[in-house]
Design a protein around this ligand. Structure first.
Ligand SMILES: Nc1ncnc2c1ncn2[C@@H]1O[C@H](COP(=O)(O)OP(=O)(O)OP(=O)(O)O)[C@@H](O)[C@H]1O
Length: 221
């Protein structure tokens, strides 16, 4: 039997402020095949990542994650699926600045209802090169180090799907390569499939599956 796609979308449309902000006819990602969600600014990439993570329900269409219909399973089902199977590196990182980087990871585990795992947490921080900074506050780290914390935090619950929103667009070529190397390496070590949303076309050669989004108005024209 063929494995279900990790992600499947059909005829998904979402509106905000009275206008369409996301329109996808069809899009899918098989498990284990890293994807690049490419689209111009304003094409709905962040909106789509949020929908895949179950953080919003689009107005119309079918979205499935790991064979689960995200609309049908309700709020509690989406929260459970996200906690168990999705890690997100947000564009603005959204670290909790009042607590240490280790506590940022501990909180992500606790909020997913998972038992503490100090050994796993230490191993993750070693993997991203921050074991010696685990008691530092996010404000004491460089932006690149904070991004490493955000990647570690996204992986702390061993997700099947790792989402990253615009992780490279403001970076020079060498730093951009380093960030994608980090995401690919950490996704591989965690057994996660990576989906990067970006308008940064430099990433086209780095991820095997290309998923393209057009601006909803352009698609309709
Ligand atoms: N709550 C909202 N109310 C009104 N408009 C919104 C809302 N959320 C998003 N939008 C608009 O919807 C469009 C798509 O937003 P989104 O952030 O998903 O795009 P994006 O492709 O990720 O853009 P970028 O590459 O600039 O981050 C944008 O024009 C944005 O201004």
């Amino acid at each position: 039997m063929q494995a279900a796609n990790l992600i499947d979308l059909d005829d998904v449309v979402h509106h905000a402020g009275g206008k369409p902000i996301l329109s996808v006819a069809h899009l899918s990602l098989p498990p284990g095949r890293h994807g690049l969600l490419l689209g111009p600014s304003g094409s709905g990439k962040t909106t789509l990542l949020h929908a895949l993570a179950g953080l919003l329900v689009p107005d119309r269409g079918r979205l499935s994650l790991l064979g689960h219909d995200l609309r049908a399973i309700g709020d509690a089902g989406r929260d459970r699926l996200r906690a168990d199977h999705v890690g997100i590196v947000f564009q603005q990182l959204h670290l909790i600045h009042a607590v240490s980087i280790a506590d940022n990871l501990r909180l992500a585990r606790g909020m997913a209802g998972k038992a503490p795992d100090e050994k796993g947490l230490k191993a993750l921080l070693i993997r991203v090169g921050l074991a010696d900074r685990m008691n530092a506050l996010p404000a004491d780290l460089s932006q690149g180090e904070r991004q490493r914390v955000a990647v570690a935090r996204a992986l702390v619950n061993q997700p099947a799907l790792l989402l990253a929103d615009e992780p490279t667009s403001a970076l020079d070529d060498a730093t951009c390569d380093g960030v994608i190397d980090l995401l690919l390496e950490q996704a591989a070590l965690s057994g996660a499939t990576l989906l990067v949303a970006t308008h940064d076309r430099r990433l086209m050669s780095r991820l095997p599956v290309l998923l393209e989004l057009a601006k909803p108005m352009e698609r309709a024209a």
